[in-house]
Design a protein. Structure first.
Length: 182
């Protein structure tokens, strides 16, 4: 290992440790400011839902919504573990390779970190119930999802979307046991 790499590795470890310390100490913001942020983010989530529900119609607004709201380097992970880039998702939506025949959200829980100004982060968790067709393969499913929004220069950017399979009965039992212990 050359001397440059020897220096960079500890420097990167220290930078990562500092960043994780800030995240570990982060607490949900509460009160009127948090409620105002939650309303802003809920409106964005509703707009996103309407955009994705428009796929497969002659008024498909979804590619434009993604262009206007997804961060250029969004982390977008599908339930099957595959990832999408912003450009790839837009292309698929334009070509109607991804059509949502129906999409409904379950209850949404929004956690706010910050006061609503630049740098504020909002994390939304919810269940999805969808009937989706991807490249001609149609499935109906239920999932858990997480969205992360970050405010930069006065605009909310969609930076993470990740969809997960519902837990198995065994996993739910383990979770219930852990909850009793804690």
């Amino acid at each position: 290992m050359n001397s440059r790499k020897v220096f960079l590795v500890p420097a990167l470890v220290l930078a990562l440790a500092g960043a994780l310390t800030g995240i570990a100490n982060a607490q949900d913001t509460t009160g009127p400011k948090a409620e105002a942020v939650k309303k802003e983010v809920l409106k964005l989530e509703e707009e996103k839902l309407k955009a994705f529900q428009s796929t497969g119609t002659d008024k498909n607004i979804c590619p434009d919504w993604v262009q206007d709201n997804d961060a250029e380097n969004i982390v977008h992970i599908n339930a099957d573990g595959t990832e999408d880039t912003k450009a790839g998702l837009i292309k698929d939506l334009q070509k109607q390779n991804r059509i949502l025949h129906s999409l409904h959200y379950g209850p949404q829980h929004i956690h706010v970190y910050g006061d609503g100004s630049n740098g504020t982060t909002a994390v939304t968790t919810y269940s999805t119930f969808d009937d989706i067709e991807v490249y001609g393969n149609r499935t109906k499913s239920e999932h858990h999802a997480i969205d992360v929004w970050v405010k930069r220069d006065g605009k909310w950017w969609f930076v993470v979307h990740s969809v997960h399979n519902l837990p198995s009965p065994e996993a739910l039992k383990r979770q219930a046991e852990k909850t009793k212990e804690n």
